[in-house]
Design a protein around this ligand. Structure first.
Ligand SMILES: Nc1nc2c(ncn2[C@@H]2O[C@H](COP(=O)(O)OP(=O)(O)OP(=O)(O)O)[C@@H](O)[C@H]2O)c(=O)[nH]1
Ligand SMILES: [Mg+2]
Ligand SMILES: [Zn+2]
Length: 289
């Protein structure tokens, strides 16, 4: 008997995935261009042992993160509403890392916010100043300690019914935070294939009881900024983009041109120096991250 169902891709393996439907989680052969977070339509096939799904189509995505290489691009996760950028004093998060994710989020139709993690550690004046840059840009900042589970309630409330990915340097606390939020030890997810051998999931989507979804995908963590157009980059620096509209020349390069509003605001201190420097670095391709 064949049945049609729709569901959410919650785990992704090298050549199969797990789809959560209203009734059950169903193993499916992964078809090309499906990623964790996708809503898909399935045809159910019952064999002697189990129910399996065949993915027939996917619903349009509200957003997606993609890896771009030259003219090629490959989605790594879909239907994300928020990206939580973990910022920590130790290991020290660079402003470049933060700006890279602000640009990536803006070019992907995703709301970025900052999670100031490890509030139990000392914060240097430099560190506080770095955060202040983003406060001044009206970027939401949630202060917490994942390890001590301090103030994670505010984050939970903020993420109610949202779909989030956490990004941060190695050691910033992504796994610790995900464990605290899901309330379970995050272990490597396993799916047995039909030979009885276990395979490790590449990406996972966790669902919390307040309808929050957390996507954990190594593909997301490694996204480089290269591949974005200079237009996408400047739009990711909202305050610079806004000022650039008042430059004297429409093709102003914001470096040496006469009548450049971006430069005059930089000199006034209205545009932050590290933001400006990162903008030029990203735009001119002088970055490997
Ligand atoms: N002091 C302090 N340490 C924390 C906090 N959150 C996480 N840590 C510690 O930071 C270290 C790294 O945390 P992880 O959660 O493994 O970091 P991660 O971002 O998942 O790192 P990768 O998986 O390598 O990318 C662990 O020793 C945690 O205990 C915190 O709020 N305060
Ligand atoms: Mg981790
Ligand atoms: Zn200019």
């Amino acid at each position: 008997m064949e049945k049609l169902q729709s569901g959410l891709v919650i785990e992704f393996y090298s050549n199969s995935c797990l789809v959560r439907t209203v009734n059950e989680d169903i193993k499916c052969l992964a078809i090309k261009n499906i990623v964790v977070g996708d809503i898909v339509n399935l045809e159910l096939v019952q064999d002697s042992k189990e129910t399996r799904g065949i993915i027939i189509s996917k619903e349009p995505r509200t957003s997606f993160l993609q890896k771009r290489e030259g003219i090629k691009s490959k989605a790594v996760a879909a239907n994300i509403s928020h990206v939580g950028i973990l910022v920590t004093p130790e290991p020290s998060t660079s402003s470049e890392f933060i700006d890279k994710w602000l640009v990536t989020a803006s070019s992907s139709n995703i709301v970025p916010f900052i999670i100031n993690n490890k509030t139990d550690l000392d914060q240097s004046p430099d560190y506080k100043q770095k955060l202040q840059i983003y406060k001044d840009l009206d970027i939401k900042i949630i202060n917490l300690s994942a390890k001590n589970n301090t103030n994670t309630e505010e984050l939970k409330e903020y993420l109610r019914a949202k779909c989030v990915v956490f990004v941060g340097n190695s050691g910033a606390g992504k796994s610790t935070l995900t464990t605290k939020l899901t309330g379970k030890h995050i272990k490597t997810n396993m799916l047995s294939n039909n030979q009885g051998v276990h395979t490790t999931s590449i990406s996972t989507l966790y669902e919390l009881d307040n309808q929050t979804k957390i996507i954990d995908s190594p593909g997301v963590r490694d996204l480089p900024i290269s591949g974005l157009s200079s237009n996408e980059i400047i739009r990711g620096f909202a305050e610079i983009y806004l000022s650039s509209k008042d430059c004297k020349f429409s093709d102003c390069n914001h470096v040496v041109n006469e009548g450049c509003k971006v430069l005059s605001k930089l000199l006034d201190g209205e545009i932050n120096e590290s933001r400006y420097n990162n903008f030029i670095k990203f735009r001119d391709g002088d970055v490997d991250g």
